[in-house]
Design a binder for this molecule. Structure first.
Ligand SMILES: Cc1cc2nc3c(=O)[nH]c(=O)nc-3n(C[C@H](O)[C@H](O)[C@H](O)COP(=O)(O)OP(=O)(O)OC[C@H]3O[C@@H](n4cnc5c(N)ncnc54)[C@H](O)[C@@H]3O)c2cc1C
Length: 389
């Protein structure tokens, strides 16, 4: 077993570092709406042209077919630059795209995958409903077969980036008579179809990423079903495996980088007593040291996961361990940002002021999005540790 990056990996790292130093955008990233979309898609197109989009995706769908370790190196070097995540491409690149690679027909892959990589389109996820979150299989949005189309009626909620999306990975109930896990289909839905209404929801950090989505007899070709009709639950499990398993790799790497930047701030920022530096405060110093070591554990877990995933096409339930640990650390990081900054942490203005404050507020959502921490604990208990339900 080789525990080091190979010489090819290190050469790849040098290329990434040099390219990012020369091409990183200097304009600030708009946080909402079409301006954000335009920024994200423009930057993703630039990455695609240079060969950095789809590093580990198959060559036949526009990727480079390189090892997952090199995708990880990309995330590490990207995080080091402090550049913002290309959030609106998260669903497309990290779970809709990988689900299509694993489960879609060749025609579906040929059409959609290159468009995702090039930044032509934004994807969103229509899974959660007002009465179906953790218990996703209770979803009620109906899909009725009519000729060679599905006619979809119902409602989704918490749909990130719906306002700027072109396509959606949508779960609908196509057989209401079947047991609840057996009557669901996974559908590619065109967000510009007649009958779709998107109502944005503003969150406490000032962002407007979420939306409610309403479907009033929306017609989707049956050819857009991924997997078989009524077999969508197994396709959705693939999506969630990617969402919890590999999708957060970039965020995990970026968190470790954020912790180092916070330690640098604590070296100059006044401590809570008003005398001396924050880092010299016993309690803050202890917590900063502890979170730095926890970030090192998270990094070791990330490497182990990447190594495991390189050998199997679908991430396993161990992804829930990463998701849970990452959420806990992200929230402690947010609290530490506020404790180091003191009153300066109140700086969230209309233009979203301090990134540290934004990080703190965003942290509340990390133990909910992609499945709550309680649900991850259930999965770890039952499927990793083999405990009874
Ligand atoms: C940042 C963010 C982004 C999101 N983006 C999307 C998106 O793009 N698309 C989408 O479809 N959804 C999205 N969601 C929704 C998310 O998937 C749901 O919020 C999540 O699955 C929880 O569902 P719920 O909100 O209905 O809470 P509930 O399921 O109603 O849970 C309420 C509470 O009960 C607990 N609970 C429920 N069941 C159990 C159980 N069996 N055992 C123990 N505790 C339990 C939960 O842990 C939670 O604390 C997003 C959420 C967030 C925060």
């Amino acid at each position: 077993m080789n525990l080091d990056f190979s010489p090819e990996d290190e050469a790849f790292r040098d290329q990434v570092r040099t390219w990012l130093a020369e091409h990183a955008p200097t304009d600030p990233r708009p946080r909402n709406g079409m301006a954000m979309r335009q920024f994200d898609m423009g930057w993703l197109y630039q990455l695609w042209e240079a060969g950095w989009s789809g590093i580990s995706w198959p060559v036949e769908y526009g990727g480079r077919g390189l090892p997952l370790a090199q995708q990880l190196i990309w995330h590490e070097e990207y995080a080091r630059t402090g550049l913002p995540d290309i959030d609106s491409s998260f669903v497309g690149l990290n779970h809709a795209g990988p689900t299509l690679i694993a489960r879609a027909t060749d025609a579906q892959k040929q059409y959609h995958l290159p468009r995702i990589l090039r930044g032509d389109v934004v994807w969103c996820q229509g899974f959660s409903e007002p009465e179906a979150g953790s218990d996703l299989a209770s979803l009620r949005t109906r899909g009725v077969v009519d000729g060679d189309e599905l006619v979809i009626t119902g409602q989704k909620i918490w749909t990130s980036f719906a306002e700027v999306a072109d396509w959606q990975e949508l779960l609908v109930r196509t057989d209401p008579e079947a047991p609840k896990h057996k009557g669901i289909s996974w559908v590619i839905c065109d967000m510009h179809s007649p009958g779709i209404e998107v109502r944005p929801i503003q969150t406490m950090d000032g962002d407007r990423h979420f939306a409610e989505v309403f479907y009033d007899e929306v017609r989707v070709p049956l050819g857009n079903v991924v997997g078989r009709l009524n077999d969508g639950w197994s396709v959705a499990m693939s999506t969630l495996a990617f969402e919890r398993g590999t999708a957060f790799t970039a965020s995990q790497v970026a968190l470790a980088d954020g912790i180092e930047r916070l330690i640098a701030v604590a070296r100059t920022h006044p401590g809570p007593s008003g005398r001396g530096r924050a880092i010299d405060d016993d309690e803050l110093g202890r917590r900063l040291a502890r979170i730095r070591s926890q970030a090192a554990s998270l990094r070791a877990m990330t490497y182990a996961t990447i190594s495991r995933n390189a050998r199997s096409p679908l991430p396993g339930p161990e992804g829930s361990m990463m998701k849970l640990y990452y959420s806990d650390l992200h929230q402690e990081f947010g609290r530490l940002c506020m404790d180091v900054l003191g009153v300066d942490g109140l700086a969230l203005g209309p233009d979203h002021g301090s990134d540290w404050t934004h990080e703190y507020l965003k942290g509340f959502s990390t133990s909910i999005g992609g499945g709550t921490s309680e649900i991850q604990r259930n999965i770890i208990g039952e499927r990793v540790l083999g405990l009874p339900r």
